[in-house]
Design a protein around this ligand. Structure first.
Ligand code: SAH
Length: 215
């Protein structure tokens, strides 16, 4: 799977390839799914684990902000796959934080991570996953060098921009029916620039009630 993503040019960084090889997606996709198929897979609760090419693209976009010792926030952490990748990138000196509003998904994600190469970071406290509304971010550990949002927001939540460190970068899908993956850079002087990377399709960043009662 990783080799294929490299062949297609989605993965260019050797560090991203190494981390995606190390975190076995097979541990994060519920049984019955096809973990190494380049497609999103249902994980229950009207949510999906993102496709490998989206995980890879987001890791590539955030690589400079996931250096050892840096802080990363993963909003809508779902299965915990990408949070585990972040933890390996920033290492034990850094901090990887996942926020997810479905308690059952948080519990499963922690079980998944315990079986993965990121288990040591869970044990030493440099990786944690919390039950919370990700639209508020996770102020306790702000500011972050990297913020990833795994669900599409109607607009960029102000709290997330606030929790971005000067020099930090956020990758967030924005929109309802038509969505763009936006790259938000906070410059050292605090000004923010936003560009569109590509069109995407994510589940909505919404309230727990709306998500569970969708369909
Ligand atoms: N990156 C995850 C994506 C999971 S799908 C993965 O690949 O496994 C998006 C996730 O966002 C879902 O798990 C959903 O429950 C969660 N989510 C949606 N709205 C949220 C909110 N307001 N706060 C926290 N999590 C939210």
């Amino acid at each position: 799977m990783v080799e294929q993503l490299q062949r297609y040019g989605v993965i260019r960084s050797s560090k991203v390839a190494e981390v995606m090889e190390a975190i076995d997606r097979g541990l994060f996709v519920p049984s019955g799914g096809s973990p190494y198929f380049d497609s999103p897979m249902p994980i229950g609760y009207n949510a999906t684990i993102s496709a490998p090419h989206m995980h890879a693209a987001c890791l590539e976009l955030l690589e400079k902000n996931l250096q050892p010792g840096m802080r990363a926030l993963d909003v809508g952490s779902g299965t915990g796959y990408l949070t585990a990748c972040f933890a390996l990138m920033v290492g034990s000196e850094g901090r990887a934080v996942g926020v997810e509003h479905i308690p059952e998904l948080v519990a499963t994600s922690i079980e998944n991570i315990k079986k993965s190469a990121a288990a040591p970071m869970l044990n030493d406290g440099s990786l944690s996953i919390h039950i919370a509304d990700g639209r508020e971010g996770w102020p306790e550990l702000a500011p972050y060098d990297a913020i990833h949002v795994g669900a599409a927001a109607p607009q960029i939540p102000e709290a997330l921009i606030e929790q971005l460190k000067p020099g930090g970068r956020m990758v967030i899908p924005v929109g309802t029916i038509f969505q763009e993956l936006k790259v938000v850079d906070k410059k050292l002087d605090g000004t923010v620039s936003i560009r569109d990377e590509t069109s995407v399709r994510y589940v909505p960043l919404t309230s727990k009630e709306s998500q569970l009662h969708a369909n």
